[in-house]
Design a protein around this ligand. Structure first.
Ligand code: Z5A
Length: 213
């Protein structure tokens, strides 16, 4: 692929939105065209799936299997219609969440076994992975307090703290096993978080410049 695919991951309230703004402006300043995506979502069909996944369904129980399948359906649409065509055209793509979210939330939080998830990952991704993942790490109690300050909660945000603790633990484990993932400590004051995000993207841009010349 000519463009690069950068995924930003983390629990709610981790500060992904601000990190994405910083990263986008640094990459553009280096002369690359950039688009941003969000998951679930990012195409008309995937946005409809997002609305479906986030809303409470009153008396109908949303099964963990349905939630899992919807996440991968939305991802398949986004990869085929937006991410890959843009990367092939040389545009860089910054993703607000990607597959690591499913591994952490559905695999860790919902405790879906890896042998159930792997076939879905394989069908959907076909080996496609981010060139760089920045995981914005936050303790669940801190992140949820930040996120909940914003108002109404969606179907996943109302889960209890142990769900988010399992999700965070899985994120940390996935980052340890992935040499292309970097952890940013977002419990620091904002200027320090922004400094670390800037440094990570500066290092990555330098690395790309070296390997392409
Ligand atoms: N989900 C899933 O289960 N499986 C999947 O495969 C995928 C997703 C792809 C998407 O919701 C939901 O779907 C999400 C995971 C699940 N559910 N939950 N729960 P979303 O897209 O609506 O929500 P989000 O991705 O979690 O976004 P968010 O809550 O907006 O998080 P954020 O973008 O990281 O937060 P922020 O807006 O940048 O920051 C939140 C506030 O904290 C803001 O006021 C900041 O100014 C403040 N903040 C940020 N950093 C700091 C620091 N360092 N100090 C002080 N204050 C800070």
């Amino acid at each position: 692929m000519l463009g690069k695919f950068i995924a930003i991951e983390g629990l709610e309230g981790a500060g992904k939105s601000t990190a994405i703004d910083i990263i986008k402006s640094k990459i553009e300043a280096a002369g690359h065209k950039v688009i941003c995506t969000r998951e679930p979502g990012g195409t008309p069909m995937a946005e409809a799936i997002r609305a479906c996944v986030k809303q409470p369904w009153q008396d109908e129980k949303v099964t963990v299997e349905a939630e899992l399948l919807l996440m991968y359906a939305a991802r398949a649409q986004l990869i085929a219609n937006v991410i890959k065509p843009n990367l092939e055209a040389g545009t860089w793509v910054i993703a607000d969440r990607h597959d690591m979210s499913s591994q952490a939330y559905q695999g860790g939080g919902r405790q879906i076994p890896t042998d159930v998830m792997e076939p879905l990952r394989s069908i959907t991704l076909k080996g496609f992975t981010p060139d760089l993942t920045l995981y914005m790490d936050v303790e669940p109690s801190v992140g949820l307090q930040r996120a909940r300050g914003r108002g109404e909660l969606d179907r996943i945000e109302i889960e209890d703290i142990s769900f988010f603790e399992r999700t965070r633990a899985r994120y940390l484990q996935l980052c340890q096993d992935n040499p292309k993932a970097k952890i940013i400590d977002t419990m620091q004051d904002m200027p320090l978080v922004h400094r670390d995000v800037e440094q990570s993207i500066k290092d990555y841009l330098q690395y790309v410049a070296q390997v392409t010349c």
